[in-house]
Structures are given as structure tokens and as C-alpha cells.
Design a protein around this ligand. Structure first.
Ligand SMILES: [Cu+2]
Length: 444
């Protein structure tokens, strides 16, 4: 109850009813979301202190409860992207009530595709590494030792290859998903089945259950998924308000978001309504290998491989996997900013708290919400494809084949299995093609 009052207090005064098709443009400063590698050590230790306070105030269990309760409406459905955009923003705004300058970092997972376990996020001074061999409990990182309401237990991780994580989608695969998905429904499902599912499945433990928000990596990951959606939106302006499921059936964009009392369409515009944030995309086009590696260090992955691909693939292959690269679309370093917004274009310096539209429906669970459906699946190691790190023909590392999602994970998520097989085959075909052409990824 205490938590509920806290929540209302934060939301009070910020409720704006949204009847128009588009929420109003943000007038205050935008939160600028940076890649996790770009955070300073003082930002990380500040987060650590605040997250502990938020844990005792019940926030993390609260946010997990929301996800657990509404799970089935939010995955494998058109709501996947708009709902998680809203949810991630709510968490960001809650953290901002403790640290006003906070912006949700993103984890550019594909930038560490060949050896995900080496990511900075798993360091002990960040979010800790794999779970214990027996208990699966994490023993390092910001949330080590926490007991979560959803399981009445620790936060668990179970990497899919012992203390390693097998390869997931590299930037080329993610870029291909973005360029070959021409409708919202296609894009949403490809992203969900692709890098989204891979990260959840491969980290395992809480991350591969419906209580995944227990692990803060969830929010770093969804911030990145959201960034990729924004990228797709900016590349496909005419399809921006399309709202269909993956089979192409139209869905109601003016309907309400699950749990929230706001129209789904309000999630579609970043820089408007409650979406007063943007992404820091500092990958600009220095196309030398050193330049690429420096950019890699800064964590941004998806706009820097394009020129590289043009040099290795013929036009037929480009057409199949990277159609935008043959259509003269100006996509290299495509701007991520919504419309004309940029973080520097704001002259209004009033509090960022004044621009949010935090209208939350009254049916969100209280902290006493009962957990009875948490599913935690064992990783099916037999289905894990071993990572291939042998040398490619031109001296660079061979392009890794993304690991297939396990059958247990596919079932738990309710994914369309034939659709997944088709999607996954295309991912493998691309990896094989790149290897057959002696392609050297700037990320390996
Ligand atoms: Cu989710």
C-alpha cells in the first residue's frame, strides 16, 4: 500500500488526457539514452545506490509484477513494441525521481555477438556475471543477494554454454531484419524472435522467465530493442502508424495499451507525449578499421557496417538481405531523432518531470499481487549450436551463426514455430553467405 501511494504521488499532476491522434511534442529537455559502455563509473555507482533504495521501496518487485501479470498480452502480439516502450519509459521516469539526470542506458547486444559473456554488463561492478552452478543465483553485481518477491528467491542467471554465452545475432543480422521487414507486423515479430529472444534465452534464469524484469539487464535490453524500433520507424516513415500482427491482421492503434489508460498510438512517437527521450547514436562514418573498432568500443553497432557489406556482396544478395543498400535510400547514419527533435534543440530548461504524461490505469497490481505463474525453464543445451570462432578465409574471425532459440523458450513465449523456423533459416543463410564471401565483420 505504501508503494501504491508513492506511485500515485509521483504520477500526481502529470495526467494529461490524450484524445488527439498524436501526443504533444515534448517541450522540456529529452532524456538522452546512452549505450551502457558510455556510462561513467560515477554514473554506475550512483545507479547502484539508487537501485538499492528502490529495492527497499519495492519498485523492482512492483515492475516485475506488472510484467508477470500481463505477460501473455505483451509478447507475440502487436503490443510487444508499444507496450515495452511505455513500460521502459515508466521505469526510467521512476529512476528519475531519484536521479533527475538519469536516462535509461541501452545494451547494444549485437556489438558483442561473438562472445556475449564478455560484455561490460556482466562485470562485478555492473550487473554481475553468471549464476552459481548449483543455485543459479548471481553472486556479484548491483543486485547480488537480493530476494525477489516473484520467486521469493535470488535473481538467477544460467548462461547457455556453461560460463559462456553462445553467439547471438551480430549487427549484420539485425540490420538485415530492419531492412527486410517492410510492415510493422513483420518487423515487430522478426525483432522479437531475433535479437530480443536470443538475449533472454541465452542469459537464462530470470531473463528467460516471465519475471525477467527482476534482472535489470531486461531494461538495458529493451531500451536497445526500442532503439531498433525507432530506427525502423525512421527508415519507414510511410509505415510508421501501421499496426498489424505478424500475420498482417490489422489491430486497433487507438485502443488502450494493456494496463495503461493511454492509446497505443501514443507509444508510436518518440519525442512526444510521455516519450521525452532520445538515443545517443554516436556512430558516424569513419570507415577505417580503427575507426570502426573505436566505434565498437563506444558500443554503437548498426549503422557502421553498411559500406563494408556493399563491398562484399553482389547486388542480388544485397537485394535479398539488405534491400536498402541497393535502393539508394539514404540510410547510412540514418538519423534516429524523431522528426526535427534533437537533444540540443531544446531551449526550454524547465524540469524534465513536467513533460511526462503518466496516466496509469487503476488496475495495476499492488505489491501484494500473488505470483503463481512464474515459469523458469532449463536451458536445453542440446539445441545450442556451438559457436564457431575459427579463422575466416581473409584472416578475420568467421561470422558467427546466431544460436537457435530453445524449444522450451519458444513454447513459453507462445511463438509461432513454423514462422520461427522460417525466420531462423534466413538468419543462418545470411551468416553462411557472409562466410562464403570471406566477409570480415568489423565487430569480430
Ligand atoms: Cu516483456
Amino acid at each position: 500500500m505504501k508503494l501504491f501511494i508513492h506511485f500515485i504521488a509521483i504520477s500526481a499532476g502529470l495526467i494529461i488526457s490524450t484524445v488527439a491522434q498524436n501526443a504533444p511534442q515534448c517541450t522540456g529537455p529529452l532524456s538522452v539514452r546512452k549505450e551502457i559502455n558510455s556510462l561513467s563509473s560515477s554514473e554506475i555507482s550512483q545507479i547502484k545506490d539508487v537501485f538499492l533504495k528502490m529495492k527497499s521501496a519495492g519498485w523492482w518487485d512492483w515492475f516485475t509484477a506488472i510484467h508477470v501479470q500481463n505477460y501473455s498480452s505483451l509478447h507475440s502480439t502487436p503490443e510487444f513494441l508499444p507496450w515495452h516502450r511505455r513500460y521502459t519509459r515508466d521505469v526510467e521516469q521512476t529512476i528519475q525521481s531519484y536521479i533527475p539526470s538519469f536516462a535509461m542506458p541501452y545494451f547494444d547486444a549485437s556489438a558483442v555477438c561473438a562472445d556475449p559473456a564478455s560484455s561490460i554488463i556482466f562485470r562485478p561492478d555492473y550487473f554481475g556475471g553468471n549464476g552459481d552452478q548449483e543455485t543459479k543465483c548471481i553472486s556479484s553485481g548491483i543486485a547480488a543477494g537480493w530476494i525477489m518477491d516473484s520467486s521469493n528467491s535470488c535473481i538467477k542467471r544460467e548462461f547457455n554454454q556453461g560460463n559462456r554465452i553462445s553467439s547471438w545475432q551480430c549487427p549484420e543480422n539485425v540490420m538485415s531484419d530492419i531492412q527486410t521487414s517492410k510492415t510493422f507486423g513483420d518487423f515487430s515479430y522478426n525483432l522479437e524472435l531475433g535479437i530480443h529472444g536470443s538475449v533472454h534465452n541465452a542469459i537464462g534464469g530470470d531473463m528467460s522467465s516471465n519475471a525477467s524484469p527482476n534482472d535489470f539487464i531486461f531494461f538495458l535490453h529493451h531500451s536497445n530493442i526500442d532503439r531498433l524500433w525507432l530506427k525502423w520507424q525512421n527508415l519507414n516513415p510511410s509505415a510508421k502508424y501501421q499496426y498489424t500482427d505478424y500475420k498482417g491482421n490489422p489491430s486497433d492503434i487507438n485502443g488502450k495499451l494493456t494496463l495503461y489508460d493511454t492509446p497505443i498510438i501514443d507509444s508510436f512517437d518518440v519525442g512526444y507525449g510521455f516519450n521525452c527521450y532520445t538515443y545517443d547514436e554516436s556512430s558516424t562514418g569513419t570507415m577505417t578499421r580503427t575507426g570502426l573498432l573505436n566505434q565498437k568500443k563506444n558500443g554503437n553497432s548498426d549503422s557502421i557496417t553498411e559500406k563494408n557489406l556493399i563491398n562484399f556482396l553482389d547486388s542480388q544478395d544485397l537485394q535479398k538481405f539488405f534491400p536498402d543498400l541497393v535502393s539508394n535510400k539514404p540510410i547510412i547514419n540514418a538519423p534516429l531523432m524523431s522528426k526535427s527533435m534533437s537533444p540540443n534543440s531544446n531551449t526550454n530548461t524547465t524540469s524534465s518531470k513536467s513533460t511526462g504524461n503518466e496516466n496509469i490505469a487503476g488496475n495495476i497490481p499492488t505489491k501484494d499481487f500473488k505470483f503463481n505463474s512464474t515459469i523458469s525453464l532449463k536451458t536445453e543445451t542440446s539445441a545450442v549450436i556451438a559457436q564457431n570462432k575459427t579463422q575466416g578465409s581473409s584472416g578475420g574471425l568467421k561470422y558467427p551463426i546466431p544460436t537457435r532459440l530453445t524449444d522450451g523458450f519458444l513454447r513459453m513465449m507462445g511463438y509461432d514455430i513454423p514462422k520461427y523456423r522460417e525466420y531462423y533459416q534466413k538468419q543462418v543463410d545470411l551468416a553462411n553467405l557472409l562466410n562464403s564471401k570471406g566477409y570480415v565483420s568489423p565487430y569480430l
